[in-house]
Design a protein around this ligand. Structure first.
Ligand code: ADP
Ligand code: ZN
Length: 772
């Protein structure tokens, strides 16, 4: 037999290998193998089997990795789709479907020595005291890992060995599974009785899972999803390219405000999947994969008739833990998987349900090749495997809401908080007024200061949010205007006061803080700091409220693996009065005693050169505001802004998603941006700006040829990227907008094969980009 193998090295081609007879029983489609390639040994994946090959002198496969085939045929098919749709070589797509720990066999099962007591028919012989103690423990605990037993009995291995010699215990080598959550004490939880809005949502989802073809009824989407009237650019956004064969699969968008009880709906839908004998995948953004979240899922399925292992996949696990979690899924013992982006490739089979929580989150998009969007992959996988897909969010993406209005997804709404708790009161503070009074740009308006003071007096907690770490954004000389720039990127350096450095947030370059202005012929010793970061917010706060217990949480303060948990734990226990942080604290956290949320500058995201800037600001404000008033006391939110009348801010203030959606859609329609079209972003990078620019012009001409005949196609650019230089590379972009992306992808891949670019200029293709 012959195996066709996709090698991991970038060759865009498959190679045939002989299957040696001793490996015959182990090699199948989806096996991971090591093969000779030239003088090297490389890893690859078997993608097909054949009786014969067109090539002579085939070399044999050297080794098979894993006891089971690692890439199941279904996942292989999904990887093929990724390669085609996202325009990336098959080996790159294949690489992404397995965790490194499994793919490269970075880790294996951990073996440990276990000790068991052997039942005795005769009375125990007289034993030395220590041995007696060990035996007593074992009788009680039945079996223990050797090391644990030694620790428990405060003895040595020799004591246990002598019991073994006497035939009283056995010591065996066994696999000991790693459990990253072994130290959590998880109390089983029971399903809650649902309120009517939850019950309605669950009923629709379950009906779809039971195969009653759920049709997007106009009743559910019609009244609340305004379809804009300006239809002069009639685009049918192909949310996902068609995949054959079309299984019955429904996609739901669960639009539920923060605190509406979405998670309980997920849990009961998961239970239904288990009842059907199927498994499920729950995707959450990496950042909200807190022990708190994981616990809620584990707790529900830790006992009872639906008991199953809940596997967890995310980047903070060790290679060994990831290996074990993944194989528990592959062996079918863990039927529910909760994880970040790449968990969408978990080999759950049969798959009944996929849940994508916080579906609007941009972290679902992978920013390196393959540049896939896990939410969109979820929909494609759901369709391929006939699984129901539930997208959940308090602030759905424009794309998903649009798909509801076009009848592609089914909209389920839960617009009230559980127990009819009120949405927090949001006050927008016009910072231009505060600025007129003082000389410098203020950080805290009098209103916010007073509100914080009140909370301190009432022993309630406050969260302050700013979307930028560091002390100040830039270092600017008031005399000559000099601004400290990164030597590698077209951004200014951020001042970090504690560390006394200037740091580039794009490439990580650092340099010491100058004591004199380094500007030409200047030398001014009075260098000012403009802008604002979390560090300065914290410092100013310490001065304003010297007796308050204040903690800052951003990637600068989180140094150790456990810091995140520790700080949140302290906050929950009431050991912190005010928590200052970046988006790290914006999501998913549930602290009943937080009654005040302050958004220091709401405008930051609005100035991005991205058509999604307004959408992002709306989402961020809504999410952050959702942290307030989750307990019994009503919450209050202060949004400080220099553009207080911006629609994104005003709609967020009124918790009016539908209103925001409607006006935003109008803007997108005018400019033919998603969701009414799809975008592909082509970026050229190189050290020599002139070469990059010329290559971009050349690329534009090639694109015009390659994409000729595609309807309603817009080619914009080339133009310098908003971040015109990063890591010493100049960047030029061409943006494509089209009605259908799959045809564009196909032709781009073909064009890319024959495109000739200078050696030091590279092209990257990003289909459906989320960051421009
Ligand atoms: P969301 O995910 O929509 O933000 P959660 O699922 O976190 O909301 O629910 C908010 C709180 O309400 C949680 O503490 C949850 O346990 C509780 N909750 C959810 N559903 C119910 C219910 N039907 N009855 C009582 N409490 C509920
Ligand atoms: Zn830089």
């Amino acid at each position: 037999m012959i195996a066709r193998v996709t090698l991991e090295i970038a060759l865009r081609k498959e190679f045939d290998y002989l299957i040696p007879s001793e490996l015959a029983s182990q090699v199948d489609v989806g096996s991971r193998v090591q093969v000779p390639f030239g003088a090297r040994k490389v890893l690859g994946c078997v993608t097909a089997m054949a009786e014969e090959s067109a090539h002579a002198n085939l070399r044999p496969i050297l080794k098979v990795i894993g006891a089971q085939t690692l890439v199941t045929p279904k996942i292989l098919k999904l990887a093929r789709w990724i390669g085609e749709y996202y325009c990336c070589p098959p080996e790159i797509a294949l690489k992404s479907v397995l965790p490194d720990a499994v793919r490269k066999e970075q880790a294996g099962w951990r073996e440990r020595l276990f000790v068991r007591a052997l039942p005795q028919t005769e009375p125990l012989p007289k034993l030395p005291k220590r041995q007696q103690e060990v035996y007593r423990i074992l009788e009680e605990r039945k079996e223990l890992p050797l090391q644990e037993l030694i620790d428990l009995a405060e003895t040595t291995a020799a004591t246990v060995r002598s019991l073994e010699d006497k035939g009283l215990v056995t010591i065996t080598t066994e696999i000991s599974e790693r459990d990253p959550y072994a130290h959590e004490h998880i109390l089983p939880s029971q399903p809650l009785p649902l309120n009517p809005q939850q019950a309605r949502a669950l009923e629709r989802i379950i009906a779809a899972m039971d195969g009653q073809q759920a049709k997007p009824s106009t009743a559910s989407a019609g009244d609340m999803t305004p379809v804009s009237s300006s239809n002069n650019f009639r685009l049918q956004s192909d949310d996902v390219p068609q995949t054959e064969p079309k299984n019955a699969s429904s996609v739901f968008l669960l639009h539920g405000v923060t605190g509406s009880g979405k998670t309980e709906v997920y849990l009961q839908a998961l239970a239904h999947a288990l009842e059907q004998g199927k498994g499920a995948i729950v995707l959450v953004p990496e950042i909200s994969l807190t022990p708190q979240t994981v616990e809620r899922f584990k707790a529900r399925f830790s006992s009872g008739p639906l008991q199953t292992l809940v596997a967890v996949l995310h980047s903070h696990l060790s290679a060994g833990e990831r290996h074990d979690e993944w194989h528990k899924i592959r062996q079918g013992r863990a039927r529910i998987v909760i994880g970040a982006r790449s968990a969408i490739f978990a080999p759950v089979d049969p798959l009944g349900l996929i849940i994508v929580d916080e579906e609007h989150e941009h972290t679902y998009k992978q920013e390196e090749s393959p540049r896939y969007h896990a939410r969109d992959v979820a929909i494609v996988r759901g369709r391929m495997e006939g699984a129901t897909v539930v997208l959940g969010s308090a602030t759905p993406s424009m794309e998903s809401f649009y798909n509801c209005s076009r009848g592609k997804y089914i909209l389920l709404e839960m617009l009230e908080r559980v127990d009819a708790k009120k949405m927090p009161l949001v006050r927008v503070v016009d910072m231009r007024q505060a600025m007129r009074k003082g000389k410098s740009i203020p950080i805290y308006s009098p209103q916010l200061k007073e509100a914080i003071q009140q909370r301190l007096e009432r022993k309630e907690q406050t969260i302050l949010f700013l979307n930028r770490r560091g002390y100040s954004t830039s270092l600017q000389c008031p005399l000559c205007g000099f601004v400290a720039q990164c030597p590698n990127c077209s951004v200014s350096l951020t001042y970090h006061r504690r560390a006394q450095i200037l740091c580039c947030h794009v490439c990580g370059h650092t340099e010491p803080v100058p004591s004199f202005c380094p500007g030409p012929k200047c030398g001014n010793p009075d260098i000012r700091y403009a802008g604002l970061g979390t560090e300065k917010v914290e410092d100013t706060l310490l001065k304003l409220f010297p007796h308050a217990r204040i903690k800052r949480m951003d990637s600068d303060t989180l140094k150790k693996k456990d810091d995140y948990r520790r700080i949140l734990g302290d906050f929950r226990l009431g050991k912190i009065d005010i928590l200052v942080g970046t988006q790290m604290i914006a999501k998913g956290l549930h602290f009943p005693n937080v009654t005040l949320v302050g958004i220091v500058y709401a405008d930051m995201a609005l100035h991005l050169a991205d058509f999604r800037a307004g959408e992002r600001t709306f989402q961020l404000l809504t999410q952050v505001a959702g942290r307030a008033g989750r307990g019994d006391i009503e919450g209050e939110v202060f949004v400080q802004s220099f553009t207080p009348f911006h629609p994104a801010i005003q709609y967020a203030r009124r918790h009016d998603f539908a209103g925001f959606y409607e006006q935003e859609l109008e803007f997108r329609e005018q400019l033919k941006y998603p969701p009414v079209s799809r975008v592909a972003m082509l970026t050229l990078k190189g050290r020599n700006e002139e070469k990059v620019k010329l290559s971009a012009d050349h690329l534009r001409r090639e694109l015009e040829k390659a994409l000729a005949g595609i309807k309603e196609l817009i080619i914009a650019g080339p133009a310098p990227a908003p971040l015109a230089r990063a890591e010493s590379l100049y960047r030029y972009q061409i943006m494509l907008r089209a009605r259908q992306m799959s045809e564009v992808s196909k032709r781009l891949a073909v064009m890319n094969q024959s495109l000739s670019l200078p050696e030091d200029v590279s092209l990257s293709i990003d289909i459906d980009p989320v960051n421009l």
